[in-house]
Design a protein around this ligand. Structure first.
Ligand code: NAD
Ligand code: WQD
Length: 336
């Protein structure tokens, strides 16, 4: 079986490539390296002792996608490629809509042309907006609070319309909660360009001494310690969710929607403590104003994925912090 992984050089993509190769899938990676480094794929090959085909190509250029499909008989696509920074999406929405939506439309058109109709799409818990209750189930109402989230919601809707028009498509919408951590080897991990937007890479960079302190965005949320609560999921557990989805996709199930989360929430202060324990370093922090758009708490009900895919998370908060720190310590400057 040959899988095309768009965005495969990125954070979640590279970890999924490792697990795909471990399962003996053949893989082709398409990535424009706009938010990643090719070195991640060299590391994937080192970890697995297996090879993969890489195309530095952009989903905005249809000819480049056609070239990949012409050269390989693809059985399914895992579609990670996209821009993902919420704040940036508010400043440059047109770039986000163009990259994420036009890119996906180009990919779908080429898949259709080559009669490849199996796709796993990286959606996000952000499509639940500010949920009325917790834990979040897949049938909760959907909404978007920023342009990035709107691209995810719009792509979910596009894929549903594609399925309605042609029942030969098999589509899995995987809604990730908050991916953190790294491969246990410390060879691959999250390598944000510039100052990190997300909590865990920020804390890791404070621990390593690149940043002086963490700003904790508010301590007056309706949560046990007042700081925001999220469902942090180890990136390897998340990658394995894709591995469990593929065989299901090949049974021609039509449209599938799953939450990929642990079902537990941890606060910002708990994450700080977790990384302090893993790194044996004090993490200085200051309480500052809330970040606009943030919600009190968000965690998944992952029961549907467990029941239908036989997937559940195995790794603990301690594993997430230990592996995040191992990656940071071994690669203080990321892949550079
Ligand atoms: P990432 O930025 O590390 O990976 C995305 C990859 O896509 C990058 O390597 C980038 O170079 C590539 N890319 C972007 N636009 C492209 C284009 N037009 N053509 C070709 N390649 C392109 O991000 P990630 O954290 O690995 O996220 C992967 C996917 O999961 C994204 O779609 C993201 O929206 C989604 N997601 C991420 C999170 C998270 O917190 N990391 C949570 C929920 C969903
Ligand atoms: C986590 C918690 C912050 C940074 C985002 C996207 C979401 C999904 C995952 C892609 C919150 C607090 C953070 C900091 C802080 N991505 N925080 N200081 O906002 O839950 O989700 O990434 O789909 O769409 O919105 O993740 O890591 O940014 O924040 O106090 O410097 O940490 O307020 O409570 P978030 P995050």
């Amino acid at each position: 079986m040959k899988i095309l992984v768009t965005g495969g050089a990125g954070y979640i993509g590279s970890h999924t490539c490792v697990e795909l190769l471990n399962e003996n899938y053949d893989i082709v990676v398409l990535d424009n390296l706009s938010n990643s480094s090719k070195e991640s794929l060299n590391r994937v090959k080192n970890i697995t002792k297996k090879s993969l085909d890489f195309y530095k190509a952009d989903l905005l250029d249809k000819k480049q996608i056609i070239a990949v499909f012409s050269e390989h008989k693809i059985d399914a696509v895992i579609h990670f490629a996209g821009l993902k920074a919420v704040g940036e999406s508010v400043s440059i929405p047109l770039r986000y809509f163009h990259n994420n939506i036009t890119g996906t439309l180009n990919l779908l058109a080429v898949m259709d042309e080559f009669n490849v109709k199996n796709i796993v799409f990286s959606s996000s818990a952000t499509v639940y907006g500010d949920p009325a209750s917790l834990p979040i189930k897949e049938d909760f109402p959907l909404s978007a609070t920023n342009p990035y989230g709107r691209t995810k919601l719009m792509i979910e809707e596009i894929l549903q319309d594609v399925y309605i028009s042609d029942k030969n498509w098999n589509i899995a919408l995987l809604r990730y909660f908050n991916p953190v951590g790294a491969h246990k080897s410390g060879e691959i991990g999250e390598d944000p360009f510039g100052i990190p937007n997300n909590l865990m890479p920020y804390i890791s960079q404070v621990a390593i001494g690149h940043l002086p302190w963490l700003s904790v965005f508010g301590n007056d949320y309706n949560t046990p310690d007042g700081t925001g609560v999220r469902d942090y999921i180890h990136v390897v557990d998340l990658a394995l969710g894709h591995i469990k989805t593929l065989p299901k996709l090949f049974t021609n199930p039509g449209l599938l929607i799953y939450n990929l989360g642990t079902g537990s929430g941890y606060s910002v202060l708990e994450m700080i403590k977790g990384l302090e324990a893993a790194s044996n370093k004090k993490i200085p922090y200051k309480i500052v104003d809330r970040r606009p758009g943030d919600i009190d708490a968000c965690f998944a009900d992952p029961a549907k994925a467990k029941e239908e895919l036989g997937w559940e998370t195995k790794k603990t908060l301690t594993d997430m912090c230990k592996d995040a720190w191992n990656w940071q310590k071994k690669n203080p400057k990321g892949y550079r």
